[in-house]
Design a protein around this ligand. Structure first.
Ligand SMILES: [Cu+2]
Length: 374
């Protein structure tokens, strides 16, 4: 009995580090939400599942917005470094954490100090399924709908390190006055824990824009990559969703867009054509054509965007709210078409160059990078 009392007392003293993981930044909704704020544990790291829309959307943190001026900058064409951890105390923002500083003195990249990797749902480096950042070009968070989000960056080895780089597409247009609304999304490997969605919304702004071409309306990503563990040896590239893709909304009671089962969760990697890094093909002018996906459909044809570089004023003027929306998708008069019928022959390339740079080159080497999942 005394042992039980001692362990109870110890539990009460120790900071709550039960695992899971979240994006942490003062620009996020719910930055200061603790396990006491809601009648249930609704900390940003708490997983989302089996909930009504009002409870899972933005983690039910819309009433806990960031302070004015707290915004996460997304440098066009460069990496944005985010902090991911199982507890705010394991991040640079430990000062406002209920348990104080628990960062690992010996490993600044430790996602969850004093825990095994299974606390953040991975059995190791070969058991990572990727995370995504998505954006909507709306500044009023209450106006944002699930379909408004477009995934603009993926890190396929997330959540392995606390400091995680997300490459921002070079052609990201400027945000409207007041900034954009972004969100972190993650669904972990099925091998280390049950069904869980993660969503942490935050205010964001694109900096250093050199393009005013709008992000396209996103579409639901289709499962099209190889999946040997579920008996699918071959990928089906023509069956993929190309271009702007919506984040996964899975395993909740309302407004799901994915219906996969427990052991085949939707994941932010090649299996859903979410290539690692910047999602460079999400703009309204990225493709000449995108046929309806099917195993035997024709492959999409990328547009050559290298000749369409536009300069915009460095100051974000009032016209930035509509600058992208007027882009003309049919303006391909001087673009050349790429034939992607031979994508299956390609080997995985190791270098990942910016799409805009890559598109200036020609031939098979060009295509090798973008379609390297096959
Ligand atoms: Cu979890």
């Amino acid at each position: 009995m005394s042992t039980a009392i001692i362990s109870l007392a110890l539990c009460a003293l120790l900071p709550r580090v039960s695992g899971h993981s979240a994006f942490w930044h003062p620009s996020m909704f719910g930055f200061n939400v603790t396990d006491k704020t809601f009648p249930y544990d609704n900390r940003p790291v708490a997983p989302i599942k089996n909930m009504p829309f009002s409870q899972w959307w933005f983690h039910n943190h819309l009433d806990f917005p960031p302070n004015a001026g707290d915004i996460f900058n997304l440098p066009a064409g460069n990496p944005a470094t985010v902090e991911i951890a199982c507890n705010k105390g394991a991040t640079s923002f430990f000062a406002s954490s209920e348990g104080g500083d628990i960062r690992d003195k010996n490993n600044a990249n430790n996602v969850c100090p004093n825990s095994s990797t299974e606390a953040y749902h991975t059995k190791g480096l070969d058991d990572l399924e990727g995370c995504a950042l998505a954006i909507t070009y709306k500044s009023d968070v209450r106006a944002v709908q699930p379909e408004d989000f477009t995934v603009f960056s993926v890190n396929q080895t997330c959540v392995w390190t606390r400091f995680t780089d997300f490459q921002v597409p070079a052609r990201m247009p400027p945000c409207p006055e007041g900034g954009c609304i972004c969100s972190f999304f993650w669904i972990h490997s099925p091998k280390s824990g049950g069904e869980e969605n993660y969503m942490n919304g935050f205010k964001c702004n694109v900096t250093g824009s050199t393009s005013n071409v709008a992000v396209a309306q996103s579409k639901v990503a289709r499962r099209c990559g190889a999946d040997p563990e579920n008996g699918k040896i071959q990928s089906a590239p023509a069956n993929c969703t190309y271009g702007a893709k919506t984040p996964f909304y899975w395993f909740n009671n309302e407004r799901n867009n994915m219906f996969e089962g427990t052991f085949s969760p939707p994941v932010y990697n090649d299996r859903y054509n979410f290539l690692d890094g910047a999602q460079d093909d999400i703009f309204v002018d990225s493709y000449v054509s995108i046929p309806d996906p099917a195993p035997n459909a024709a492959m999409p044809v990328l547009a050559d965007v290298s000749t369409k570089s536009s300069t915009i004023p460095s100051s974000t003027s009032s016209n930035s709210t509509t600058s992208g929306a007027t882009a003309n998708i049919s303006d391909y008069s001087n673009s050349y078409k790429r034939d992607m019928s031979d994508v299956h022959k390609r080997k995985k390339s190791t270098s990942r160059l910016a799409f805009i740079e890559m598109s200036r080159r020609s031939g098979i080497h060009t295509r090798d990078r973008l379609w390297n999942m096959w």
